[in-house]
Design a binder for this molecule. Sequence first.
Ligand SMILES: N[C@@H](CCC(=O)N[C@@H](CS)C(=O)NCC(=O)O)C(=O)O
Length: 256
Amino acid sequence: MKHILAAAAFAALAACNTAPATPVATTIAMPMPEITIYHLEGRRSERIVWLMEELNLPYKLVFTRGDLAKSMAAIRAVNPGMPVAPTVTVGAEVLTESGAIIETIINRYAPGKLTPALASADYSQHLIWMHHAEGSLASRVIADYRVWMINPPKERSRLVDSEAEVQFAEDYLAKHPWFGGAEFSAADIMMVFPLNFAMALNIVDKTRFPKINAWKAKIEARPAYQRMLAKARPDGMVGNLPALPVHAPSGPRPGQ
Ligand SMILES: N[C@@H](CCC(=O)N[C@@H](CS)C(=O)NCC(=O)O)C(=O)O
């Protein structure tokens, strides 16, 4: 109904407005069903808790404090086919993929929030980082972590590796304050987990990336991030993975 009213309002404005077209907001938030976040402490489900805190939207948070196995059992009960964190229920829908969950929540219930204007140059960059966070960065740092735990790295790979990934993010932050460009956006929410993973687990030398470290300090000062930590990680990290004994060598990759 709200959408019909919005469309009617837009048509009325368009009909009587002879001045050059100005952008008219036509999107109105949909009514929000109950949102439940199935969570593992210190894992990607923090993104959704943080998003809801940034947007001041209500949500239910399900996890067993200090017990990843029990938290995972709750995830498995609602999502046996793909038991991962985050699993989020939105009314009767069961959602996975943090990026898709974030875009669903914003586009339906907080349209335009934490997203640069569609026509701006920042929009495409924001969307690149939204997808790069999982599609390229997380997948490469996790692959390198798994391989290098077995075979410690002695030389750079010819392929894009974790070092190149983190450097790419560092270079962007040398020119922009946020992964959303001029303003904080959902892309920043997506990027924290894989960058923390790469740096905290010694997959890259964390001292080599001052721009990322400065951005992380700004993130950690955000009230919504702090509220997320208090609710979703009340006792600090649980079940920490061991750091790599040797991080990736820096310098040019073979063939560069
Ligand atoms: N690309 C997915 C990754 C989800 C994912 O793998 N989450 C991890 C926790 S950070 C998990 O649940 N792992 C459990 C497993 O792999 O068994 C997303 O962004 O939501």
